[in-house]
Design a binder for this molecule. Structure first.
Ligand code: C5P
Length: 240
């Protein structure tokens, strides 16, 4: 995979005009743009169309989590937006995951569109080991994450989001056909910000990440294009 295709730029802005500026600036330099809840709630499906119609692949990170029928419907709507990847919460359970996968299959076949890759989110990294009992989980975090990842991989999920710190135990559970996506990436030359469990691009790739979500190290850099170039060079150095 080309180094630039491993970079998902987090489009963490609050309106369509700002999104358009980033499309114009970085559109040909990174592989993907991530559209999350803030931007989607502000700008709606139009922002996904802005990204995909500019020839950039869209990672729609809305973390669907609802009853199977509703999630299936949401996935079908997202297929029609032509997002190439989208997230679901694995804690929705086996029937919800199945419904999401089936929804993607059915709608893409019905419309003759490429099938998007469904990406599973296990446990939010904002939840720590101490928080798990309050949501009814009485086992170590690592066991809980491993259980959800194994469940999803057994059902044919297209990929998993995880912290770079979790790669040592997540990577062996994920078949090569599925991708692992890690946020929390900080090149050595960038500010840490509010991210705690971080990794450099090269160490994340070396530990088995396929794709990386990177926001502020690019958007807050004095020269965002130069920041992307340096990240690409760092990835190339490790993947050869
Ligand atoms: O700016 P930064 O590189 O920290 O952006 C990271 C992106 O990844 C943000 O969009 C953030 O919401 C997302 N993310 C994260 N940590 C997680 C999951 C998602 O930072 N555990």
């Amino acid at each position: 995979m080309a180094a630039k295709d491993r970079i998902i730029f987090a489009l963490d802005v609050g309106d369509l005009a700002s999104a358009r500026k980033w499309v114009d600036t970085l559109g040909t330099s990174v592989g993907w743009f991530k559209v999350g809840l803030e931007l989607f709630c502000a700008a709606g499906p139009e922002v996904v169309e802005l990204v995909t119609s500019s020839g950039i692949r869209c990672f729609l990170d809305l973390k669907f989590h609802d009853i199977p029928n509703t999630v299936s419907g949401a996935v079908k709507s997202a297929v029609r937006l032509k997002a190439q990847m989208m997230t679901i919460h694995l804690s929705g359970g086996a029937r919800m995951i199945q419904a999401a996968l089936r929804g993607a299959d059915e709608e893409s076949a019905r419309l003759g569109l490429p099938k998007p890759r469904l990406i599973g989110v296990s446990v939010l990294t904002s939840l720590g080991e101490d928080d798990l009992p309050s949501v009814g989980v009485d086992k170590p975090l690592e066991d809980h994450v491993s259980g959800l990842v194994s469940l999803a991989c057994g059902q044919g999920i297209g990929g998993i989001v995880c912290s770079p710190a979790d790669l040592p135990f997540v990577r062996p559970l994920v078949p090569r056909g599925a991708v692992i996506i890690t946020p929390g990436i900080r090149p050595q030359w960038s500010e840490t910000g509010d991210q705690k469990r971080i990794a450099t691009p090269s160490s994340a790739i070396a530990a088995g990440a396929d794709l990386m979500v990177i926001g502020r190290p690019i958007s807050h850099a004095p020269d965002p294009l130069d920041a992307v170039k340096r990240i690409v060079e760092e990835i190339e150095a490790v993947q050869g």
